[in-house]
Design a protein around this ligand. Structure first.
Ligand code: SAH
Length: 214
């Protein structure tokens, strides 16, 4: 069995992977394509992997949990904060399909550039990679049906709630620098509902609504 199939089997057995479309996306978007060449062999180990600049490509189980909680549908517009390797952006692009759109914001230009190149090479032309402070969102293309933040914040950045469409879902790890709670924020009419999903560990979000000094 290939490393990918073994990982899929394990994530299903653990009860982590339950959505067949997310499973399809894992097969369609090979994680090794988004890792530095010497680390490709670890692509199907269920751990975060260093991608340089002090950043990581999230562990497969965490990516699966977040993709499932996002309840993505074809044609949706999604904002991702923290492009990193571009792997999650590619999975999002696959899941919203050619009629959907993904805008992903990364503060480190070299990572953004590399992710842009990979996504283009792989034919994902429904993704736009933007260099900037994603804690401010990306108002130019708001509102978004879904927003996913793949770095940890001290609080939910107000611009992200503003840029979330009515009925939209925002996923974000919130808490201290070293461990956080994954929050699911839903905008229903005038009210904003927050649900705590699980304890998580992410690299810090820096910028205006992130942690200082990053
Ligand atoms: N989704 C990524 C994992 C990213 S790790 C993947 O699939 O590989 C988190 C990323 O968030 C890092 O690349 C980091 O540079 C970026 N980041 C941190 N603060 C940010 C900010 N304010 N705006 C945009 N990107 C930010």
């Amino acid at each position: 069995m290939s490393g990918l199939e073994a990982l899929i089997k394990r994530l299903r057995a653990e009860g982590v992977l339950s959505d067949p479309r997310v499973e399809e996306a894992l097969r369609a978007v090979p994680r090794e394509r988004f890792l530095p060449p010497r680390l490709e062999k670890y692509a199907y180990v269920d751990e975060p992997i260093h991608i340089g600049h002090g950043q990581t490509c999230s562990a497969p189980h965490m990516v699966v949990i977040m993709l499932q909680e996002l309840e993505l549908g074809e044609g949706m517009k999604v904002l991702e904060v923290g492009t990193g390797s571009g792997w999650n952006a590619a999975l999002l692009a696959y899941l919203v399909g050619p009629r959907g759109r993904v805008v992903t914001v990364e503060r480190i230009p070299a990572l953004a550039e590399e992710a842009r190149r990979r996504l283009k090479e792989m034919g994902f032309d429904n993704v736009k990679v933007v260099v900037g402070d994603g804690s401010l969102g990306y108002p130019d293309e708001a509102p978004y049906d879904r927003i996913i933040v793949t770095a940890a914040a001290p609080e939910v950045p107000p611009p992200l709630v503003e840029q979330l469409a009515e009925g939209g879902i925002l996923l974000i790890p919130v808490g201290g620098r070293y461990y956080q709670d994954l929050l699911k924020v839903e905008k229903v009419g005038e009210s904003v509902r927050r649900k705590r999903l699980m304890p998580v560990v992410f690299v810090p979000l820096v910028g205006r609504y992130g942690y200082g000094g990053g």
